[in-house]
Design a binder for this molecule. Structure first.
Ligand SMILES: Cc1cc2nc3c(=O)[nH]c(=O)nc-3n(C[C@H](O)[C@H](O)[C@H](O)COP(=O)(O)O)c2cc1C
Length: 215
C-alpha cells in the first residue's frame, strides 16, 4: 500500500451556545445573512466559498468550490463557465446543492434547489468588475477540458494580451452567472459531545416552515 493515513483519532470538541428555534429568524435568507455576516466580520478566509454539488443525468454526483457573489430572496449566485463539467450537469439536471462551512464557528449551512442561468447582462457587468488578470485567464480557459500543458494556457493569455493591449478582452459567451433558488435550508451548529443543533426550513404557502432535526 503506497499510502495509508488513519484519521480515526482526529477529533475536536465543539463548544458553543446551543441554538433554539426562537433564536432563528423565520426567514432563512435573513438567518443566512446573519451567519454570513458573522463570518465576514471576522474576516475568515474564503468566508464566501461554498461547495456546489451537481449530478449528471445518471445520478453520479460531483462537487467543487465556487464563490458566492450575490444572495437575495431570489437565491444564491455565482459565476462560472457553462462549458465546464458543472455547467453541463446543470444543463442536464438543474437540481443542485450548496454547502457553506465556517469551521471557526463550527457551522455549516446546506441549501438545496433548482439552478437557473442569470441573464448575460449580469455576467457582463460582473466580468468587467473582475481584475484584468482574471478576465484574461477566463478568456484563455475552456474550463474542465484537457489542456496539453500549463505553457499552452500561458501562451494563450499572452496571445490575448497582445490582441487586447488595453485589457478589454471580451467575456467568453459561455462565462455566465447562475442562481440556485432554494427549496431547502439547513443550519447546523456544532455542539459539545456531538449533540449538534440542526434547524431545517422548507417552503410552505405562507413562507417557510422551521423544524429541528436530530444530529
Ligand atoms: C476557493 C475557491 C473558489 C473558487 N471559485 C470559483 C468560482 O467562483 N467559479 C468557478 O467556476 N470556479 C471556482 N473555483 C474552481 C472550482 O472549484 C472548479 O475547479 C472549477 O469551477 C471547475 O469545476 P468543474 O470541472 O467541476 O466544472 C474555485 C475554487 C476554489 C478552491
Amino acid at each position: 500500500m503506497a499510502i495509508e493515513i488513519d484519521l480515526s483519532d482526529v477529533r475536536r470538541d465543539y463548544e458553543t451556545h446551543a441554538i433554539s428555534r426562537k433564536d432563528m429568524d423565520p426567514d432563512p435568507f435573513v438567518q443566512f445573512g446573519r451567519w454570513l455576516q458573522r463570518a465576514r466580520d471576522l474576516e475568515l478566509l474564503d468566508a464566501t466559498a461554498m461547495t456546489l454539488a451537481t449530478a449528471d443525468p445518471g445520478g453520479r454526483p460531483s462537487a467543487r468550490v465556487v464563490l458566492l457573489k450575490h444572495v437575495d430572496e431570489e437565491g444564491f449566485c455565482w459565476y462560472s463557465d457553462a462549458r465546464s463539467q458543472k455547467g453541463q450537469e446543470i444543463d442536464a439536471n438543474p437540481q443542485a446543492a450548496l454547502l457553506f462551512h465556517w469551521r471557526d464557528f463550527s457551522r455549516q449551512v446546506r441549501v438545496h434547489g433548482r439552478v437557473t442561468r442569470l441573464p448575460a447582462d449580469d455576467a457582463e457587468k460582473y466580468f468587467l468588475m473582475r481584475p484584468e488578470g482574471s478576465r484574461f485567464s477566463a478568456a484563455a480557459s475552456h474550463q474542465s477540458t484537457e489542456v496539453e500543458s500549463r505553457s499552452h494556457l500561458e501562451d494563450e493569455v499572452l496571445r490575448l494580451r497582445a490582441a487586447y493591449p488595453d485589457g478589454d478582452v471580451p467575456r467568453p459567451e459561455s462565462w455566465l452567472g447562475y442562481r440556485l433558488v432554494p427549496e431547502y435550508f439547513e443550519f447546523w451548529q456544532g455542539q459539545e459531545n456531538r449533540l449538534h443543533d440542526r434547524i431545517v426550513y422548507t417552503p410552505v404557502e405562507s413562507g417557510w416552515a422551521m423544524k429541528r432535526i436530530s444530529p
